[in-house]
Design a protein around this ligand. Structure first.
Ligand code: B4P
Length: 194
C-alpha cells in the first residue's frame, strides 16, 4: 500500500492534481474539503458546525476533521493506497494521522508540497469563485485562508521534512506540467495503472 499527502496553500492545485493522480495510480482520494462541503450541503450537525469556520476562512477544529478521516479509511479496506488532499492541515492533525495509521499498520510514504506564490493563489481562487458558488472564494475570505495557512498549516511541512518524507514541487506551471513533476516522485514508489 502507498499513501501520499498532497500539501499546499489554498488554490495551489491540490484538488486538481488529486484527480489526475487518482486516475493515473488508482489511489483512493480523501479530500477533507470535499467531505466537509458534503456535510454542509446535507445540513448535518457536523456540517452546520464546520460551515461557521469555513465561511470565515478559518480551519475547522482538529477533532472534527480527524474523526471524519478515520471513518473513511475503515470504509475502504481494499484501497491500493490513499491520497490525503488538504489533510493534515495542522501539526496535531499530522500527529493524529500518524497514530491512526500506525494502529492500522500502514504509514504515510511521501508528502508532495505544491509551492505557488500568494498573488497567483489569489488570482486562481478569485477566478474559481466566479463559477464555483463557494462561499469561501471571495477576496476577504481568501486573504484569511492564506493567513491561516501561513500560521497553522505551514508548520506541517517542517514536521514531514524532519521525517525525511517531504518533496517540494513548483506548482506555478500549467496543470499537465505540474502533474509530470508530481508523477516523477510517485513513480519511485508506485507504477501508474494508466
Ligand atoms: P479545500 O477544499 O482543501 O480547498 P482549497 O485549499 O481551496 O483548494 P486546492 O488547493 O484543492 O485548489 P484547487 O485544486 O481547487 O479547503 C476548503 C476549506 O475547508 C478550508 O479553508 C477549511 O476551512 C476547510 N478544511 C479542509 N480541510 C481541512 C482540515 N484538514 N482541517 C481544517 N479545516 C479544513 O485549485 C484552485 C483553482 O486553481 C482551481 O480553479 C483550479 O482550476 C486552478 N488551478 C489549479 N492548478 C492550476 C495551475 N497549475 N495553473 C492554473 N490554475 C490552476
Amino acid at each position: 500500500m502507498f499513501n501520499l499527502v498532497l500539501f499546499g496553500p489554498p488554490g495551489s492545485g491540490k484538488g486538481t492534481q488529486s484527480e489526475n493522480i487518482v486516475s493515473a495510480y488508482n489511489l483512493h482520494h480523501i479530500s477533507t474539503g470535499d467531505l466537509l462541503r458534503d456535510e454542509v450541503s446535507r445540513h448535518t450537525p457536523l456540517g452546520t458546525e464546520a460551515k461557521k469556520y469555513m465561511d470565515q476562512g478559518m480551519l475547522v477544529p482538529d477533532e472534527v476533521v480527524i474523526g471524519m478521516i478515520s471513518g473513511v479509511i475503515d470504509d475502504t479496506p481494499d484501497a491500493r493506497g490513499f491520497i490525503f488532499d488538504g489533510f493534515p492541515r495542522t501539526r496535531p492533525q499530522a500527529e493524529a494521522l500518524d497514530k491512526l495509521l500506525e494502529f492500522k499498520n500502514i504509514k504515510i510514504d511521501l508528502v508532495l508540497s505544491l509551492e505557488v506564490p500568494e498573488a497567483e493563489l489569489t488570482k486562481r481562487l478569485l477566478s474559481r469563485g466566479e463559477t464555483s458558488g463557494r462561499s469561501d472564494d471571495n477576496d476577504e475570505v481568501i486573504t484569511k485562508r492564506i493567513k491561516e495557512y501561513n500560521s497553522k498549516t505551514q508548520p506541517v511541512a517542517s514536521y514531514y521534512h524532519s521525517l525525511g518524507k517531504l518533496e517540494r514541487i513548483n506548482g506555478e506551471h500549467p496543470i499537465p506540467e505540474t502533474f509530470k513533476l508530481l508523477a516523477k516522485h510517485i513513480n519511485k514508489y508506485l507504477l501508474p495503472v494508466s
